[in-house]
Design a protein around this ligand. Structure first.
Ligand code: PGA
Length: 252
């Protein structure tokens, strides 16, 4: 089983000074444990300050988005090369807020995954169905389509650098997390898809669950061997709950 991975997605929260306070609080509470890997994804403007504080620690740094282009006339965009330069190891790609609020389609997400890998950034590739898709029995076909287009053309060695995050849209920010059974079922389907398309051990791929993960429901989620960690939104903005989730992830 891959090492559990907990990623805090700060979304559009925290100024630079607030980000520094949150990181200092996390570092004061968190005792690094080799059984779990931790990363935070602050907003772009706080990345440098956070990178500086995290440099002597084992906590990883992620960006929340990236442009698929290397450089050029792309006003407002940030390239993978720049993120690498800032000290990021990871980048979240295809988050449902990017897909649904900012019009990112599967093709754009596919290009971003390729660009990130090309520059040595590890994508955290988010997929997930909307409520109406789940209710009309389309969860598996939606997930399969997102995987097919996002991962198209990747080799097994590329795939081993990717973390997949299953985030049902209806569970994000709603306080209504998927049940452990619901998440396990989709994670199993994701692994079967990988086994069917790549010659690799799909069991080694990290598949995180995201959507209203809290210190209260983390234990139940991590009981499933299919759930290799969490992409945490709201609960990561509080140092105590974020560290608590990491501690739960470190338990057997
Ligand atoms: P949430 O967000 O934990 O606030 O539901 C998760 C995410 O959007 O990654």
């Amino acid at each position: 089983m891959p090492k559990r991975f907990i990623v805090g997605n700060w979304k559009m929260h925290k100024t630079i000074s607030q980000a520094e306070v949150l990181i200092r609080d996390i570092l004061a509470l968190y005792k690094p444990n080799p059984a779990v890997e931790l990363a935070v994804a602050p907003p772009y403007v706080a990345l440098q300050a956070v990178a500086h504080l995290l440099a002597p620690t084992p906590i990883g740094l992620a960006a929340q988005n990236v442009c698929a282009k290397d450089e050029g006339a792309f006003t407002g965009e940030v390239s993978p090369f720049m993120l690498k330069d800032l000290g990021c190891q990871y980048v979240i790609i295809g988050h449902s807020e990017r897909r649904h609020l900012f019009g990112e389609n599967d093709q754009i997400i596919h290009e971003k995954i390729h660009a990130a890998l090309h520059h040595g950034l590890h994508p955290i590739f988010c997929i997930g169905e909307r409520l109406e898709e789940r209710e009309s029995g389309q969860t598996h076909s939606v997930i399969q389509h997102q995987l097919e287009t996002g991962l198209f053309g990747l080799k097994s060695q590329d795939l081993s650098l990717i973390t997949i995050a299953y985030e049902p849209v209806w569970a994000i920010g709603t306080g209504r997390a998927a049940s452990t059974e619901q998440a396990t079922e989709v994670h199993t389907a994701i692994r079967s898809f990988i086994t069917a398309h790549w010659e690799m051990n799909a069991g080694a791929i990290r598949i995180l669950y995201g959507g209203s993960v809290t210190a209260e429901n983390a234990q139940s989620l991590f009981q499933s061997p299919e759930i290799n960690g969490a992409l945490v939104g709201k609960a990561c903005l509080n140092s105590e709950s974020f560290v608590k989730i990491a501690e739960i992830a470190a338990l057997d």
